[in-house]
Design a protein around this ligand. Structure first.
Ligand SMILES: *[C@@H]1O[C@H](CO)[C@@H](O)[C@H](O)[C@H]1NC(C)=O
Ligand SMILES: *[C@@H]1O[C@H](CO)[C@@H](O)[C@H](O)[C@H]1NC(C)=O
Ligand SMILES: *[C@@H]1O[C@H](CO)[C@@H](O)[C@H](O)[C@H]1NC(C)=O
Ligand SMILES: *[C@@H]1O[C@H](CO)[C@@H](O)[C@H](O)[C@H]1NC(C)=O
Ligand SMILES: *[C@@H]1O[C@H](CO)[C@@H](O)[C@H](O)[C@H]1NC(C)=O
Length: 588
């Protein structure tokens, strides 16, 4: 038992600045032990507002010791649907968890749709892992419904529950099968840090000596929500304000402002649909939004300290080198770009391009890769890291984590991220809290040699195309009626409508894909395997095939994934055309 005392006194002496000592400790490599995973999942954390630049411990322990994936995308840019995708390994059109609240989303729908018995932690347990979770799990996982049923798959849990999930100073946690406990007046991330350290201790001391998977899911830098009434009551009201930092971080970053990129509060409206009606933000609004931004960065400081302490503990337990540490967020965030108030749920780069960093056995240190990865890839990635067989019904493909694997995938990995959304968008600041209806769209983000594109179709059947090599801020929609006259004639030497015909067919596949057809969508269109990339598909011999292919369109706007609203589907209209209209073997 002596070593336990030694560890305890070591941990007691630990402060945030003492991590260097831990990393200097000689490390015993545990080659014959299966690896562990610690997954840190923040909420609404951006890439494009530079939040990672303000997290020195995440940089030092994870980015500098691991690999950063700078083209990582969420596929549905809002909390609950994105988490459902992450935990099930399926795109939102396959989970049909498309909103944060019932009837289209939330924990009750997750359970009804059968995922509580069939998702990542359940598979990990079946494969011999102990699984632990603290933090936000799903929206509408509440003090009333947490036990009906209990979330399956966790060896130990300390869930944050609604209606207090986003309440930084009045959280409620629920441990294992016990009743919820209120932490009124305590700072939520610090409470969660203690829970995380406790779960790590449980994992290390588990009697069955199994390897572990531990998730820590802080709410920062999400806004603070004071919810009035039950989250289960559709009439509940809520007050959404800037996130609240820990007292010790309130004074930081007084001069920091939202980066003034070209798309920040632009002089002309940009985007499509309801975004075109947004007005220019006045000075008071901008100052408030800069404050909102600083509160986000301040709220992330307690997360940064939590990461530092977790690393310190893993090192003290001598398991750091045998543990993968994965850092990501459920979705991104915008403040002021395209004149938007603070929020998410758009398809633009700020909302969908999100942090992903991984360190661990075999992972290249201080390395950045630009292979395209998405949240549908995370479940297969976790399985592959732990040597657990993949399941064929997963919509994603494992993310390569060693340098040779990344090099290989640079040649073969798909070029796109498929993006989808149904329902509303809402501002989270104090200026304009209105809900924007008809925020239903599908999109593709695509990178290839000479191509850096975003293509989207809204439920109003408006189209967008941005050539992001020329227009990284997505300010010039090449398909807007007004720009059609002044549009440059081509992208990478190809007429725009030719490029669009290919992107549209790819989107037709992606909008209803499942399993293999999500992983290799071009193969649906070209089963003989001649086409793997946009560049391949642009061959003149396919011009007529793509011109005549049915197009993606909506029949009407709805807040959920209703087949009746979704227009032509590949399985019916597309394949029919492909078989009968133009025999594919002639064209492919
Ligand atoms: C804090 O949460 C508890 C329930 O956990 C509730 O009874 C109390 O009213 C809340 N306090 C405030 C100030 O909202
Ligand atoms: C909170 O709920 C009470 C009772 O339902 C209501 O009277 C009050 O106006 C609500 N407050 C807010 C801020 O929504
Ligand atoms: C990481 O790489 C950067 C340059 O790419 C270098 O300046 C820095 O010193 C490196 N850090 C470590 C810990 O190796
Ligand atoms: C949303 O779209 C529907 C058509 O699908 C239309 O009837 C309705 O007016 C639109 N609402 C707004 C606010 O634009
Ligand atoms: C998705 O769920 C909604 C609400 O339960 C339902 O109306 C809709 O038909 C479902 N969509 C599909 C494609 O199953």
């Amino acid at each position: 038992m002596l070593w336990k005392f030694a560890l305890a006194s070591l941990l007691l002496r630990h402060t945030s600045s003492s991590q260097a000592r831990a990393e200097q400790k000689p490390v015993t490599l545990q080659h014959n032990k299966p690896p562990n995973i610690v997954f840190i999942l923040t909420d609404d954390q951006d890439v494009h507002l530079s939040s990672l630049d303000y997290m020195p411990f995440v940089r030092k322990h994870i980015l500098e010791q691991g690999t950063y994936f700078n083209k990582h995308y969420c596929t549905t840019a809002v909390c609950c649907p994105s988490r459902a995708t992450l935990w099930s390994g399926k795109a939102s059109h396959n989970t049909n968890i498309t909103d944060v609240n019932p009837p289209y989303g939330g924990y009750p729908k997750w359970v009804v749709n059968g995922f509580n018995e069939n998702y990542l932690p359940v598979w990990l347990q079946e494969a011999g892992y102990n699984t632990y979770y603290t933090g936000k799990f799903f929206n509408v996982h509440t003090v009333e419904n947490y036990d009906s049923p209990f979330a399956a798959g966790w060896t130990g849990n300390e869930f944050l529950l609604d209606p207090y999930t986003y309440n930084y100073m009045n959280s409620t946690f629920q441990k294992d099968k016990q009743p919820p406990v209120s932490h009124e007046g305590e700072y939520v991330t610090d409470v969660m840090a203690e829970k995380a350290y406790g779960l790590l201790d449980d994992a290390v001391h588990a009697a069955n000596k199994r390897p572990f998977f531990l998730t820590v899911a802080p709410t920062a830098p999400h806004g603070n929500i004071q919810m009035n009434g039950s989250a289960l009551d559709p009439d509940h009201t809520l007050e959404h304000t800037a996130p609240i930092p820990a007292e010790r971080h309130r004074h930081l970053f007084k001069d920091v402002k939202v980066p003034r990129t070209a798309n920040f509060n632009p002089n002309h409206p940009s985007g499509a649909n309801w975004l075109l009606d947004l007005s220019l933000q006045n000075r008071a609004n901008i100052e408030y939004n800069d404050h909102f931004h600083r509160q986000r960065l301040r709220s992330l400081q307690a997360v940064d300290e939590l990461v530092d302490s977790l690393i310190y503990r893993l090192a003290a337990y001598d398991i750091l080198d045998n543990t993968y540490i994965v850092y990501s967020s459920d979705n991104g965030f915008h403040i002021g770009q395209h004149r938007l108030q603070p929020g998410k749920s758009c398809g633009y780069e700020e909302d969908i391009n999100i942090p992903l960093a991984i360190r661990g056995p075999g992972v290249a240190a201080n390395y950045t890769t630009d292979i395209v990865t998405t949240h549908t890839d995370l479940a297969p990635t976790f399985l592959q890291m732990l040597g657990i067989p993949l399941r064929d019904d997963l919509d994603g493909r494992p993310i390569p984590i060693t340098e040779p694997e990344i090099g290989e995938e640079q040649r073969t990995r798909r070029e796109h991220a498929g993006v989808e959304y149904w329902g509303f968008a809402g501002g989270e600041g104090i200026y304009d809290k209105s809900l924007h209806e008809n925020n239903t769209y599908k999109a593709i983000r695509l990178f290839g040699p000479g191509y850096n594109l975003y293509y989207s179709i809204w439920c109003t059947n408006e189209h967008e195309l941005y050539d992001m090599n020329a227009d990284p801020g997505q300010l010039h929609n090449l398909l807007s009626p007004s720009s059609l006259t002044s549009t440059p004639p081509s992208i990478n030497g190809h007429p725009i409508d030719k490029v669009v015909s290919r992107l549209d067919a790819l989107l037709l596949i992606l909008k209803s894909c499942a399993g293999a057809s999500c992983r290799e969508p071009w193969k649906e269109l070209h089963p003989n395997g001649n086409v793997w990339t946009l560049a391949d598909a642009l061959s003149v011999k396919y011009d007529r095939f793509y011109e005549e292919m049915v197009k993606v369109e909506y029949d009407f706007c709805d807040n959920g994934y209703l087949i009746e609203a979704e227009g032509a589907m590949w399985e019916t209209h597309g394949k029919m055309f492909w078989r009968e209209g133009l025999r594919w073997d002639v064209w492919t």
